[in-house]
Design a protein. Structure first.
Length: 219
């Protein structure tokens, strides 16, 4: 089993229109999908080949409290900032120029050894970074520490023996999911011809329908 990317990183916005103008029209991320109902919206922007940035908009939403990237705080925060990668230094400074032309304050570029980065904020006070990699890590985990942690010396791969083994795996016949806030997206997108089901999902649904039919026949 492998985690292979970021399906989506979700944020909150009190103004989805400004958010779309910033993320789609200024940063160039394609608006991928969305759902909206009863004072609630959830929109997705495509980031690269597979990753996504998502936003919730609802009546109670408010912009994040301003805190600069990496700045220390005693507030109970888990999120600090989002960094996005560009492949060339020309793209890094191209985004710097585009942001500044739009009247957005940009800090940097800053040389962090393995990357150069610029820093800025979106209309929701979400701290953002764009980074250009200046070197390749050839022997991970590569560390530059005065007092390295012993756990790092164990290596880059998962270490066995620290968690219990699975003894009660979920059988395929019980691979089910209950409807969430965006449940209607699938039916709507199929009906309007703007999306299609993935083959593995179709196979799972067909197997479950077949299994239910078999159970009913046995009864």
């Amino acid at each position: 089993m492998n985690l292979t990317g970021v399906n989506h990183l979700a944020f909150i916005t009190s103004d989805l229109e400004k958010t779309i103008r910033f993320w789609r029209d200024l940063l160039g991320l394609p608006l991928q999908a969305g759902i909206g109902h009863e004072g609630y919206r959830h929109y997705f922007f495509r980031l690269g080949e597979r990753d996504q940035i998502a936003f919730f908009e609802y009546e109670e939403a408010a912009p994040m409290t301003y805190k600069f990237h990496g700045e220390r705080t005693d507030a109970p925060l888990g999120f600090d900032h989002l960094s996005m990668t560009v492949d060339t230094v020309e793209e890094l400074f191209g985004f710097k120029d585009r942001l500044e032309a739009a009247g957005i304050e940009v800090h940097g570029a800053v040389d962090h050894g393995i990357i150069w980065s610029i820093y800025f904020f979106d209309p929701n006070n979400i701290p953002l970074e764009i980074s250009w990699e200046t070197m390749e890590i050839t022997h991970p985990p590569a560390m530059d520490e005065v007092a390295p942690m012993d756990i790092v010396a164990e290596g880059t791969a998962p270490q066995p023996g620290h968690w219990p083994e699975v003894t009660r795996p979920t059988p395929r016949s019980r691979f089910t999911a209950h409807g969430g806030n965006a449940f209607t997206m699938r039916e709507t997108f199929i009906r309007e011809g703007i999306g299609r089901l993935k083959p593995d999902f179709v196979a799972l649904m067909e197997a479950q329908v077949s299994g239910k039919a078999g159970d009913e026949a046995a009864e």
